[in-house]
Design a protein around this ligand. Sequence first.
Ligand code: 8DG
Ligand code: MN
Ligand code: MN
Length: 373
Amino acid sequence: VNCSPPTAVANVSQYACQRRTTTENHNKIFTDVMEELAESSEFNESKGPCLAFRQAASVLKSLPSAVHCLKAIQGLPCLGEHTKAVMEEILTFGRSFKVEEIRCDERYQALKLFTSVFGVGPKTAEKWYRRGLRSLQEILTEPNIQLNRMQRAGFLYYSDISKAVSKAEAKAVGCIIEETVHWIAPDAILALTGGFRRGKEYGHDVDFLLTMPEMGKEEGLLLHVIDRLKDQGILLYCDYQGSTFDVSKLPSCRFEDMDCFQKCFLILRLEQGQVEGERGLQRDPGDSRGWRAVRVDLVAPPVDRYAFALLGWTGSRQFGRDLRTFAQKERQMLLDNHALYDKTKKLCLLATTEEDIFAHLGLEYVEPWQRNA
Ligand code: 8DG
Ligand code: MN
Ligand code: MN
């Protein structure tokens, strides 16, 4: 085994926004384990270790080749002692005993299962676990559990929405959204965001951004779209959140990916016949329903915020997180889904494209498909 580090190693930045990370991951055997460790830390509310494992996974994802020995990762940023120990285990035994222990843990299993339901976060999952509940069936039959509307939809469509959405299905959803939006407003601006914009083959949902070329015209748009989806008989669930966006409150100091734009979290009914490659296909008779439920997110910012929203909603989460950290630590700027504020100049920097934002930050432009950090 050639243990010389890849020549580019010395140049790997600690910030995902200064790395190019395609969907081609040469170190999946490590990153899958890191992500499980991160999730387990999250369940234990260990924020530091959780972030550390996510950052380590992200650095490994950006490498141009597989790591075959520990020497090859010398000098790489964000790889702590803990991470290196896990990697050594995997290199030596082909597996990590630590992660296998976690996988067997009753609490980890239950929390992972519960949070896989749409509308169930770690807090609710923990509450159910403490009440001695272990399976989804037990939750559904426990008389004292009050599910909210989102969770009820989550359980109702569980088998469909826990199944990955393919690129072909995302494309079919895109056609429906496009037709619906442009039927209402022919000049509306619509963009695919999220994992599918980054070129992923599969996702847990399909994300879109929409706006109007004229400021303010976007206001009623989303509710119109929702009505129209309802009329088509394909709206299975809708959680609409009105805008709480307030320009006078810019810049926001919120240091996360939440934003105040009007948005909706939907579950749509997608006919298999509308999916490319599935037309006229003979399917398993047990799956003869002919349609599936798909999670869809729509976000509608005002057009002057469009570039910031597009950058935020394209992700990945880690890429966005590092962009915000980079802006603050390296440039004394505050970045969120609404704006970029220069603390030195005490003003908001305007942007109409993502390229503008990278330029303001003094960063080389990173294409969407290179943001799979
Ligand atoms: P996936 O669906 O393929 O699994 O991955 P994804 O497309 O990258 O994740 P996502 O959960 O659909 O979110 C898309 C991006 O949007 C993600 O990078 C984070 C960003 N994002 C925001 N605000 C919010 C928010 O309020 N909720 C969610 N879920 N994501 C948000 O900028
Ligand atoms: Mn998504
Ligand atoms: Mn989403």
